[in-house]
Design a binder for this molecule. Structure first.
Ligand code: SF4
Ligand code: SF4
Length: 181
């Protein structure tokens, strides 16, 4: 008897990222180099395992996709060339689409503030990001003590450095919004 394969969370991720989560064979090389591993309850490869096994709720409840810095260390190290950074991004997007409350407080505000900076400037504009995040999260005084040193070390630019073609970036966001609808 033939059973149709029901559409899974893993399929949703495969559609968003163009890569099948079952590619991952759980070697753990990604997690060994992940800079946020120490701050989360699950190493990144465990989140992939959840998805492989159909534990969607566990994957969506994990802090790891929300704390993922998108640094690509995992993606460049993976012997299977699995783009784990893109996988984490997809888990976040699908969580938002399903109305899941991010398990890390204010991460959604940060995520959306970051994306709005990319949409406007084509790259991160730190001062704009700080301002937009503080307005969204209402943590107005958070981390103000480190600001002077960051300015002095040139970590926070006063003006944005836009990419040459900001219209192209805005088009990408417009197209993505159309696809979502
Ligand atoms: S390095 Fe690649 S194959 Fe190994 S656990 Fe991480 S994602 Fe899976
Ligand atoms: S992209 Fe995310 S999951 Fe991968 S190493 Fe960086 S922080 Fe960890």
């Amino acid at each position: 008897m033939h059973h149709a394969h029901p559409h899974t969370f893993s399929d949703d991720i495969a559609e968003l990222t163009g890569q099948d989560p079952s590619l991952c064979y759980q070697c753990g090389k990604c997690s060994a180099g992940c800079p946020v591993r120490a701050y989360t309850e699950s190493p990144p490869n465990r989140v992939v395992r959840y998805v492989q096994l159909g534990f969607d709720d566990e994957a969506l409840a994990s802090q790891t996709p929300w704390l993922c810095a998108g640094c690509m260390t995992c993606s460049t190290r993976c012997p299977k060339e699995f783009d784990l950074a893109a996988f984490m991004d997809a888990v976040r997007q699908l969580g938002i689409a399903r109305g899941v409350k991010p398990p890390v407080a204010d991460m959604r505000s940060f995520h959306e503030s970051f994306l709005s900076q990319i949409e406007s400037h084509g790259r991160a504009y730190e001062l704009g990001l700080v301002f937009s995040y503080k307005m969204a999260s209402l943590h107005l005084m958070q981390d103000v003590d480190v600001a002077p040193e960051m300015f002095l070390k040139g970590k926070i630019g006063v003006f944005p450095h836009n990419v040459r073609n900001t219209d192209a970036m805005k088009n990408i966001f417009r197209r993505a919004a159309e696809v979502k609808e």
